[in-house]
Write a protein that binds this ligand. Structure first.
Ligand code: SAH
Length: 439
């Protein structure tokens, strides 16, 4: 058991768009099953890409990224447990239980502020090892009095068979769970806390109903297109074979416009280089539609920017930066989330808040008091040091405190003036977001 797992255990009882997307996805599906089966090793993704580029020409960065991360046989997310000290990167829910607990409080707080719907779906996209959901469910158990007889269920959207198994073990404990890969609900069971839990490959398969959506380090893993401003207008950056070394890949700028470069660049764009994630846009649009129609809220947490950054595409392997074009399938590939793009995509359907820094959000949610409560009940010096270090990792501006951003979508009525109330007509404040950047 790792130190962080020990720590979790110790405290476990102590808690308070588009055509372009269809086009690129269709491209991915044009593999025959037999050619997929032939992709046995990680380097086979590289071989496959090289033969594809040889046959049909350079591919988009989005297609490259999709193959490297989610190729059904050898994709990085499909076959790896990449999280934690022994993996390629570590995330906030893995660093400290406090993170998930505070997000659990946020979910309950938004459910209350939205009128305590009798049905409450917790929907997490890309749940990794299941640690965030596990910490949140512990909070739900502690807040049973508040949640009462609410019909709560858990819905996980996960593309990785390897990670969905880890999630099932983490969240259902020793209870059995059943899986049927061919069904939209490919796995189901009961959580350790007694709630029904379901797994899906796609958000559209999650049932309709009041939902709180969470996406932690999910959007950064979705494929991006890269574009470069040139004398002749916007051109897409593509992946091609390096003529000097036919076993290697290199970036090239397309000579003529592509479908993506004609459709995805905003008219008022003033950067020289842009990354656009249309798949992220489509998912945000679906969440926004559901929040508008069925009620609920969404919290998206990721490293990102508000439409200011340019070239952020990078790879990680063993906690070190890794050349994105080397050994596809062996390293994590990621790009900062452009929150300004996500906000634009939502249109007027929902109210968007943020992005605000992780430090501000967690401070507003009371991370300092929570740390003090945990420290009061902990006397082991090394565990105390671990608690303090992980707190520092989460909120220190030099560490994760400023790198990670919180962005929320709420139903439009959520922040409307509450008519008919004589004294207090102001809407309930949104937990975590002190300064409201209401659209
Ligand atoms: N939220 C977790 C894991 C982040 S890693 C944490 O913060 O610790 C990204 C997660 O998204 C993994 O679970 C990965 O398998 C999943 N994922 C990546 N691309 C996906 C896609 N297209 N559809 C569904 N899940 C995806």
């Amino acid at each position: 058991m790792t130190k962080s797992q020990q720590l979790r255990k110790l405290h476990s009882n102590d808690t308070v768009l588009s055509v372009v997307v269809m086009w690129t996805i269709w491209g991915n599906r044009s593999f025959s099953n037999s050619s997929i089966r032939r992709l046995e090793s990680n380097t086979s993704i590289l071989k496959h890409l090289i033969s594809k580029i040889t046959a049909t020409g350079p591919i988009s960065v989005a297609e490259y990224m999709r193959e490297a991360l989610t190729n059904p046989v050898s994709g990085y997310y499909v076959k790896n447990d990449m999280l934690g000290a022994g993996g390629d990167f570590i995330t906030s829910p893995e660093i400290s239980q406090i993170f998930g607990e505070l997000l659990g409080v946020w979910c309950v707080s938004e459910w209350m502020a939205a009128g305590k719907s009798s049905v409450f779906q917790l929907v997490e996209l890309g749940p990794g090892r299941g640690s965030l959901a596990s910490d949140i469910l512990r909070v739900f158990s502690q807040l049973k009095v508040v949640l009462g007889e609410t019909d709560i269920s858990v819905h996980l959207v996960e593309v990785s068979p390897k990670l969905s198994q880890l999630q099932a073990k983490c969240l259902t404990g020793d209870q059995t769970w059943t899986c049927n890969d061919d069904q939209p609900v490919y796995c189901s069971g009961t959580t350790c806390t007694g709630l029904p839990i379901y797994w899906y490959h796609r958000i559209e398969d999650v049932p309709r109903g009041f939902s709180v959506f969470l996406a932690h380090e999910f959007f950064d893993a979705l494929p991006i297109h890269k574009f470069q401003r040139t004398e002749n207008g916007w051109r897409e950056v593509m992946v091609d074979i390096d003529p000097e070394s036919p076993e290697k890949l290199r970036f090239v700028v397309s000579h003529s416009p592509t479908l993506a470069s004609s459709m995805l660049i905003q008219k008022d764009e003033n950067r020289q280089h842009v990354e656009v994630c249309p798949e992220g846009g489509v998912i945000v649009q679906k969440m926004a539609n559901r929040i508008a129609d069925d009620g609920g809220a969404a919290l998206i947490v990721d490293y990102g920017h508000d439409g200011t950054k340019t070239d952020t595409f990078r790879g990680f392997k063993g906690h070190q930066l890794h050349n994105v074009l080397e050994a596809p399938g062996m390293a994590d590939l990621t790009a900062d989330v452009d929150f300004s793009y996500l906000r634009k995509i939502t249109g007027n359907q929902v109210t968007c808040l943020g992005p605000i820094t992780q430090r501000s959000f967690l401070k507003n949610m009371g991370i300092d008091s929570r740390l003090q409560v945990l420290l009061r009940s902990c006397h082991d010096p090394s565990t105390r040091a671990q608690l303090i270090n992980s707190y520092d990792m989460l909120i220190n501006p030099e560490k994760m405190g400023h790198r990670f951003q919180f962005f929320s979508m709420l139903s439009r009525g959520r922040l409307a003036q509450r008519k008919g109330m004589q004294q207090d007509t102001a809407p309930l404040p949104v937990a975590g977001f002190a300064e409201l950047n209401v659209q």
